[in-house]
Write a new protein. Structure first.
Ligand code: C5P
Length: 228
């Protein structure tokens, strides 16, 4: 079976408070998403890298992407939510995929993913029935609060994981799960809603999701460290 990557990049990134959509913010000399796409294109097992952009994306056409090579394919079919963007992408590429082919969904906003981490995920899941995702054991102590910022309880952190991406599932199974699941924030959530149990593959803390301004600083340090 083959592997393709699908990168949802149709968000507005409002939490970071910048005028540009988050995925285009400059990071170590390039738009953030260029690092994300370069890492995925560098994975030998990945045949195509589809990037899902919003229909009226203001930025894609302003940059040169040819240096990333022939694996990269832009799709202007983003939706109102991340799940809708992924589903739109899966529908758009269905004709190019065979029954057992895998899709690795990876956030544009995780530019520090290393190609060898993706390769390891693929290796761990190749023979899996369900598929799975990179994830990290929770390090902080977690509190559940009431609506006023008062602690109700401490949530035991053992066996709690932070979901990262890539999340790797067979495209037919993933598409059906996303079509049936109402509100999910990641692909694994849709697979879980279908009654299945995705496998957690321990990832690395460097694969952070750029959400807050400080994440830009951290991501830049991580990327610069690799280029040295
Ligand atoms: O906003 P957040 O960081 O959760 O977004 C995760 C990823 O999903 C980002 O790469 C973002 O561009 C993408 N996304 C999307 N379509 C949306 C919302 C988010 O492709 N409607």
């Amino acid at each position: 079976s083959r592997h393709v990557a699908l990168v949802p990049a149709a968000g507005s990134g409002s939490r970071i408070g910048a005028p540009l959509p988050k995925q285009y913010l400059p990071l170590a000399g390039r738009p953030m998403i260029a690092h994300t796409l370069a890492a995925l294109c560098a994975v030998e097992a990945i045949e195509k890298v589809f990037v899902v952009l919003s229909v009226d994306d203001p930025e894609w056409g302003r940059h040169d992407w040819s240096w990333l090579g022939p694996k990269l394919v832009p799709l202007f079919c983003g939706g109102a939510t991340r799940a809708a963007s992924v589903l739109g992408g899966l529908r758009a590429i269905a004709g190019e995929l065979g029954q057992g082919d895998w899709v690795l969904v990876h956030d544009a906003a995780r530019p520090c993913i290393a190609p060898w981490e993706v390769q390891r995920l693929i290796g761990e899941l190749e023979d899996d029935e369900v598929g799975g995702l990179l994830a990290l054991p929770v390090a902080d102590t977690l509190k559940r609060a009431d609506g006023h910022g008062r602690v109700l309880e401490t949530v035991a952190r053992e066996r709690l994981w932070q979901a990262q991406t890539p999340q790797m599932f067979r495209h037919v199974m993933l598409r059906r799960a996303l079509e049936d699941a109402a509100e999910v924030t990641d692909e694994a959530g849709a697979i879980e809603a279908a009654g299945l149990h995705p496998k957690l593959v321990q990832g690395d803390a460097s694969n952070l999701k750029v959400t807050w301004p400080v994440d830009l600083y951290l991501a830049e340090r991580i990327l610069e460290g690799r280029l040295e």
